[in-house]
Design a protein around this ligand. Structure first.
Ligand SMILES: NC(=O)C[C@H](N)C(=O)O
Length: 322
């Protein structure tokens, strides 16, 4: 029988609904942990509660602590795979952080739930069972960190929460899931083209994420220049364009040596230096802005924070985001 480590961090999967008020909270015992012994027919399981927090309370230092704990446990014992339970609001950020940080060929699966454990149609225990099955699958090795929800297997890099409440919320808009789970087995239909991992010791850099919108003025950009800014991610419009009023303040930020990474606020597609009008992608590329493809704003921020722990060199950063 395979041996799986489960690390709980909190989220709705670890919460209960108050039947009088309908409110959901982390108060009281850990209802999911109490159910783990009943899963002993699927795998040999060891589990621990690292955090018991809603995922909006998650920070990069929690993520680093979680990643270090996975390294520590994998070095101590011969687990076949790891499952992390997590709130869904920031699940994709933690999963991508772990994808870039954790160095192992073994499956590392992150899962959560949209309905708390005592609600009708609760998806928590089901997602946990599916995740354990994926973590036990030989085919799940060497695929980076995976996100398993609602019978689908997604890469940490591509997955995003698309609905506030639907159980089918996690989708990979660019490429779809890389596998599915059914009653009969775990099936993969894509392989990874590239997997990166970066050995960092701390997360110390302040990276800000700013979303562009029609008619945006320069005030916000000017305000963040007053802060200790180590990096900036711009969620640009369309293929990578910004309102003209932001061009000059952005150029100042770049000229001050702050790395600026560009992604799109669009649901699908990549950023490119196509348009040469004022604020167009061609102008931004000439300015020295780094184009990041296939990442959402929050994930580009996670990657820039990690990258800045290793290098401040512009050419290295461009290569890391290429
Ligand atoms: N479904 C969830 O887990 C949402 C919750 N607010 C959390 O992320 O902690």
């Amino acid at each position: 029988m395979k041996k799986v480590l489960i690390i709980h961090t909190g989220g709705t999967i670890s919460m209960k609904e108050n039947k009088n008020t309908g409110e959901v909270n982390t108060e009281g015992e850990h209802p999911l942990e109490e159910m783990v012994p009943s899963l002993s027919s699927i795998a040999k399981i060891q589990d621990e509660v690292l955090f018991h927090i809603p995922s909006p309370h998650m920070t990069p230092s929690h993520m680093l602590q979680l990643g270090s704990r996975i390294h520590e446990k994998l070095a101590q014992e011969d687990f076949d795979g790891v499952v992390v339970t997590h709130g869904t609001d920031t699940l994709e950020e933690t999963a991508y952080f772990l994808d870039l940080y954790v160095q192992t060929r073994k499956p590392v699966v992150v899962t959560g739930a949209m309905r708390s454990i005592n609600e009708i149609g609760s998806d928590g225990l089901y997602n946990l069972i599916t995740s354990i099955r994926v973590a036990c699958s030989d085919e799940a090795q060497d695929k980076g960190v995976l996100v398993v929800m609602n019978d689908e297997i997604h890469t940490a890099k591509n997955v995003t929460k698309t609905s506030t409440s639907n159980v089918a919320t996690f989708q990979s808009p660019q490429y779809g899931p890389i596998g599915i789970a059914t009653k009969r087995g775990i099936f993969f239909h894509h392989t990874l083209t590239k997997h990166e991992s970066y050995p960092i010791q701390a997360v110390t850099n302040n990276v800000v994420l700013l979303k562009m919108y029609a008619g945006m003025d320069a005030a916000l950009l000017r305000a963040i220049q007053q802060t200790q800014l180590d990096g900036l991610v711009i969620e640009a419009l369309g293929q990578g364009n910004i309102p003209p009023s932001l061009v000059d303040p952005l150029r100042e930020i770049v000229d001050n040596g702050v790395p600026v990474v560009l992604v799109s606020r669009c649901y699908q597609g990549i950023v490119q230096d196509v348009y040469s009008y004022n604020g167009g992608g061609a102008q931004l590329k000439d300015m020295g802005i780094i184009f990041a493809n296939g990442l959402t704003g929050p994930k580009a921020r996670i990657k820039l924070m990690i990258a800045l722990e290793l290098t401040k060199n512009k050419h290295d950063l461009v290569a890391m985001f290429a």
